[in-house]
Each structure stands twice: as structure tokens, then as C-alpha cells.
Design a protein around this ligand. Sequence first.
Ligand SMILES: Cc1ncc(COP(=O)(O)O)c(C=O)c1O
Length: 406
Amino acid sequence: MSDELNPVASRLSPVKPSASAWVSAAAKKLKAQGHDVIDMGLGEPDFDTPAHIVEAAYAAAKAGQTRYPPTDGTAELKNAIVAKFRRENQLDYTASEIIVSNGAKQVIFNALMASLEPGHEVLLCAPYFGQYQDMVLILGGVPVAVPCSADDKFLVSADALDAAITERTRWVILNAPSNPAGAMYSSQQLKAIGQVLERHPHVMLMSDEIYEHIVFDDQVFVSFVRACPNLRDRTLIVNGVSKAYAMTGWRIGYGAGNQALINAMVKVQSQISSGACSVAQAAAAAALNGPQDNVEEFRQAFERRRNLVVKLLETVDGLTLDPPVGAFYAFVACDYFIGSATPDGNVIRDDVDFTQFLLEDALVAAVPGSAYGLSPFFRLSTATDDDTLRLAIERIAASISKLKIK
Ligand SMILES: Cc1ncc(COP(=O)(O)O)c(C=O)c1O
């Protein structure tokens, strides 16, 4: 037996280093060596948090809101969230049905920690936000991917969902508009999914609505609970201020749902963090209660960039993009290049090889579709300025023109 200490618990062993972590580490390494890498991997708005929100945080700190906040969130923020649900989603939640956490990520983790038994299955609609899978694995659950193809606009159909549900299914996670595909369900499609869930009363639904304000082409976002009010008590809505208000660093997310589940999530949170930063909560309350002009301004900027990326990619042979209807990513199909050879004679076997080639040859960092459970694709974040987007796509086009198709 080796004397060497292994400090890591076996519960972490199913979690493999993610492809997106690999991409960002490799991009950083190349940058440190002096290469001019364009990082299209990051999933955050490139705008600053609006000034009135920053001022509210400053005022709260000066007014002495510097002690432990209530574990489940400050009354001010929870009331702002109650008002937000009424105003924007026509939903009625009481403050006690709401939890505030360190980002939407912690809301999701708290919920899974509070509800999963080992072996419970969690249905993920691929392509999905990679962290769902990792969190389920850490907690001893079984992530089950339901593939959603480009032909289906990357949306899960009611029939596919029905076929994937077993007696061990605990959760279905929906995310719309989605990361990475920017796909969004209509109210009709949500109702059809709701009808499936009504037939399976042991299944809960997590609706990750964090991109609700980043929606294009005059489409209207509908919350899952608004479409399926009968399932209100079996649904956890996950949302937060990171994306809509350019507040990723403030780490404020919230969940709304079943009282017993929320109570259990608060119990989990009381052991982990004692709640979210008091000053950041004051900032989030100002974001939700204050003027919403910046939200629309950011949305318009993301729509312009989406239009630009769609137009630029149309001119690149071999790459296909189904125009996203929301969020700030482009999930691009690269199947045409699988099996092709690089100028060095290496074969592009999959989307990981493809993004590695883009990084090394085009000096553009993109995340392979395998990180989101669907290949062969790659994800570009479009949360960057027009010139950078143009340059990145020019470089990608120049590099892939060197690939020899077999
Ligand atoms: C689909 C989705 N859900 C949740 C999150 C996490 O958001 P937060 O910053 O509030 O933790 C992200 C962030 O990338 C996301 O893309």
C-alpha cells in the first residue's frame, strides 16, 4: 500500500474534468506564452453592472447591512422576487416559497442535494448546461441524457420525455432559453411536456429560466409554471440576476417552488454558506425593483450580435448554425469536418479534436459539444464586441479551409 495520502473522496471520482475547463486552461496557457487567443468560451455578459445597482450595494454596506443575513435571503430581496414573479411571469409565490442562494448554481445544487437518493435518475435534455450532469454525479444520482437534435430545434419532445421516464426518475431539468443552443419552448410545447408529467406524479420538474430576458425575434418567454399551473407544486423555478443584469460576480440566484422542498434547500444552505452575501442581496433587490432599461439594452445588443454571427457563419462552408432564439451562444455543427485531416496529418476524430485544432491553429477558444452532451458541435459565446466576433469567425474560416476532407 502506498503511503501517499489521497485527500479526495470517492464521491468525486465519477466527475471527470470538463471539456470546457480543459479549453479555458489551454487558452490561458497559450495566452501566457504570448499568443493572441480569442476566448469565445466564457459564458458571461461583457457589460458592467449598471451603476444604480452598484450604488445600492455601496449604500447597503454603509448603512451597516454587513452582518449574517437570514439563511433563506433578506426580506427586501425576497419581496423583490415575489414582485418580479407577479410583474414578469404572472405568478404568485409567497416569500416563504423562495430561497436566495449564491448564484443559480447553488440553487440547483441545494435542490439536488435536498432531494436525490443514490440511484435516482435526472433527465437532461441534451445539449444541456454541463454542471447539471456533474452535480447529479457528485450526489450519487444518475444523469440520463435525452438527445434533442438540431432537426427538433434542440428541444425535447413530449414523446421522447415520456419514453425516458422510469420509476427511478426524480427530476426532469428544462432550460429555456437554453445554454448552449439558445432554444426556447412555446407555451404549447410546455403544456405538452406538462401533460406527460401529470401522468408521472413521482417526477419533479426543474425549470432553469436564467436566460428569460435574453430572447430574440419578438418571441415571448413563458415560465413553465405559467404554462402548466397544475404542476406548480412539483416545479422548482431557478433564476438569478447574473445574466439579465450583468451581475455574474455578485453571485445571487433564487429558486421558487414547493414549500417542503424549499425548506429542505434552506436546511442544506444553512450547513454550507449561511446564505448569500448581504450586500450582493441589496444589489440584486435594486436590480429587480429598479429601472429595467439596461435589461432591454443588453438584450438588443445580444440580438444584434446573434444576427452578426448568423450572417458571418452563413459564409463559412461546412459549418451550420441553427439561429438561436435566446441566450448568448452559437452552437455550431461541425460534422462535415469529422474525419478530415489537419495540415500536420492529424485526423479530427470528434468535436474535442476540432476545438483543439481551432485553439491551436485559429487561436480561438471554443467549447466542444461533448461538454453539453451532444456532438459533433462547438459552442461560441457571442457575449463579446462585434470586432472580436468578426475576427474570431475570420480566423475559424481560414483555419478550417486548411482541413483536408477525406
Ligand atoms: C443554464 C444556466 N443555468 C445556471 C447558470 C448559473 O448561473 P449563476 O451565475 O446564477 O450561478 C448558468 C451559467 O452559465 C447557466 O448557463
